[in-house]
Write a protein that binds this ligand. Structure first.
Ligand code: ZN
Length: 69
């Protein structure tokens, strides 16, 4: 778990899409970006990705690969 946590910590620092410095986390629900809602729900189909300002408002949504999340 410690190694896994370290990896997440590192991932938070760069944009999921372009690799530049991430400044915020973009929430995805069922593969779509969510900009509304204050409540944070763990589990389900929600995912969080670190993104830069550009990709927060214009995420590059592609077909998801079958890689493990
Ligand atoms: Zn970016």
């Amino acid at each position: 778990m410690l190694l896994y946590a370290d990896k997440i910590e590192e991932m938070k620092t760069i944009c999921w899409f372009c690799g530049k410095k991430a400044i915020m986390n973009l929430r995805f629900h069922d593969g779509k970006p969510v900009y509304e809602g204050e409540q944070i729900q763990m589990g389900g189909n929600e995912s969080y990705y670190p993104v830069c300002r550009k990709h927060y408002y214009n995420p590059l949504i592609k077909q998801q690969s079958e890689e493990n999340i």
